[in-house]
Design a binder for this molecule. Structure first.
Ligand code: MSP
Length: 523
């Protein structure tokens, strides 16, 4: 194992009460793109995702389906969640399930240590609870309809909880948290999310009930086994249990923890911001551990103006979209179309329009035109290295813009700058009209220069777009012959992309398969 600190990124662990929808995929794809980008920057990376399997929400779904909670979650994880990430080409390094012993054992150890150090005490909880959110609500959080109190996220009635529970002294961490966000503005992003967290903290925070006694689908509280750990307290710990929380520093788990902790980015939807930016860092502070460097809250995918969700029957399965547009267009579209951090609506029309103009026309056609012309005019072999000063400087500017945008999680800005370069290359081909140059053999040198510059630009585009569309870029890479002459695409470094003239003369080019086929409008 390398001793360098890894860039450690997590997604939320998803409830397995149902199969994934495109809202879940939005977060995980963003995480995958960002970690692939950091890998191509030459960094050590650790990318974690997983499933949140305890709590009433999952237990009740299992009961409704007349199977045990364990059977239910096993079935869903294996048949729905893991295959879904595989089909979206997600390259996570680990997948944690909260029912695994590596998690449950470390959670119990952590809880016991907080109890021993006086951060946990016995108390009584009385108040509203939303099983959809698995959250204790404040009366001010609720909306009222027909005389009933509803959760504003799920539009469903809340339940009243009245139990003797164990409490975590969350209120003791208000001041340290405020100081943390004041000193480290980057620790909660975007700015609107940080403002929300700061004003929430300034409003005062009560201690948190961290156990439940009226059902048993959870991790037993080690010193009071009639109670199970509150599902969020259990779930948040996954980020640390998965990398060896509490293990002897000399053991493999301890070494992993040193290599990864603190996490660099916790990616979350804005619905679960407070858990991650208030409760989670307070738990870590209580244990004397470093807090995450950044919690980034993205917006919601909306349907009819509301958060898309399975429980409201507005969930769209990723396969509904990938069957029509392909996996890479799916990965591209949401990050390209919606500023990360802002809500956005999904529309088939907008997706079709971008697919056709940006992917099929700007990118796909450029690749197929170039490979077809190299076959036709240069016997399928990349001609001598040439240079175009204006393309070269445009590429240099693109790489630095894209790199800073991607590292700041501005996926839209990063992708836009790469696609602007793609447009620029198309303009270069149109201006130079290689098909006209080919009509007179006196122009052969000029023709070859135009084709080299175009191929070299495509070499750069393939590398820059690889984190977003790995399947397509691999095909392009192979058709440029670059896998033979330059090695695997995933090993190409962002910092090296703008060095002009890397695609060697003599690489064997093969005509690309159509990268983005025409959409079948009959569907
Ligand atoms: N299990 C908790 C998270 C625990 S993390 C320690 C949970 N799970 S969830 O299945 O409800 O998934 C929540 C995450 O899925 C959101 O934070 C968000 O990342 C993603 N999304 C779910 N629906 C979404 C939209 N409609 N739009 C965008 N993202 C959405 O909460």
């Amino acid at each position: 194992m390398s001793t360098d600190k890894a860039f450690y990124l997590t997604t939320p662990i998803y409830y397995v009460n149902d199969a994934p929808h495109i809202g879940h995929a939005y977060t995980t794809v963003a995480g995958d793109v960002l970690t692939r980008w950091h890998r191509q920057r030459g960094e050590e990376v650790w990318f974690l995702t997983g499933t949140d399997e305890h709590g009433q929400k999952v237990m009740r779904t299992a009961n409704l389906n007349k199977v045990s909670p364990q059977d239910w979650v096993d079935r869903l994880v294996e048949n729905a969640w893991k295959p879904n990430w595989k089909s979206l080409n997600i390259a996570n390094d680990d997948f944690i399930r909260t029912t695994e012993p590596r998690h449950t054992e470390r959670v119990q150890k952590f809880l016991q240590s907080l109890k021993d150090s006086g951060h946990i005490y016995a108390g009584k909880y009385e108040g509203p609870y939303c099983v959809g959110c698995e959250e204790f609500k404040l009366p001010g959080d609720l909306i009222e309809a027909n005389g009933e109190k509803l959760c504003p996220i799920h539009s469903k009635p809340i339940e009243l909880v009245n139990e003797n529970n164990w409490f975590f002294r969350l209120s003791a961490f208000v001041e340290p948290l405020l100081k943390h966000y004041k000193d480290n503005p980057d620790a909660c992003q975007p700015e609107s999310a940080r403002n929300e967290v700061v004003s929430f903290l300034e409003g005062g925070v009560s201690d948190l009930s961290i156990s439940r006694s009226t059902f048993d689908w959870g991790i037993p509280v080690p010193w009071d086994t009639d109670q199970v750990v509150y599902v969020w307290f259990d779930a948040l710990l996954n980020y640390a249990t998965a990398v060896g929380l509490g293990d002897d520093p000399k053991s493999p788990g301890g070494a992993k923890f040193t290599q990864t902790w603190p996490a660099d980015v916790h990616l979350v939807g804005k619905d679960i911001l407070r858990f991650h930016a208030v409760i989670w860092p307070a738990m870590l502070m209580a244990a004397g551990l470093a807090v995450p460097k950044k919690v980034f809250a993205h917006g919601w995918l909306l349907v009819g103006g509301e958060k898309m969700s399975k429980s409201k029957l507005t969930g769209i399965a990723p396969s509904d979209i990938t069957d029509h547009f392909g996996v890479d267009a799916f990965r591209y579209y949401f990050l390209r179309a919606i500023p990360f951090g802002t809500d956005g609506s999904f529309s088939w029309e907008d997706m079709s329009a971008r697919y056709t103009s940006e992917l099929a026309n700007d990118f796909g056609n450029l690749a197929s035109r170039l490979t077809a012309m190299v076959e036709k005019y240069c016997d399928g072999v990349i001609p001598a290295v040439a240079k175009d000063a204006s393309l070269e400087s445009a590429l240099g500017a693109t790489v630095s813009k894209a790199d800073s945008a991607m590292c700041a999680l501005d996926f839209q800005g990063g992708i836009n700058s790469i696609m602007e370069f793609c447009k620029r290359v198309n303009g270069y081909v149109t201006e130079n009209e290689p098909w006209k140059l080919a009509k007179d053999s006196a122009n052969q040198l000029q023709l070859e220069q135009v084709l080299y510059n175009t191929a070299e630009s495509l070499r750069a585009l393939a590398v820059l777009l690889n984190p977003v569309m790995p399947g397509t870029c691999e095909i392009l890479w192979e058709s440029l012959g670059a896998n033979v002459t330059m090695g695997p695409i995933s090993k190409q470094k962002v910092s090296d992309v703008s060095r002009w003239g890397q695609l060697p003369a003599g690489s064997n080019v093969t005509k690309t398969a159509v990268l983005f086929p025409r959409l079948d409008v009959s569907e």
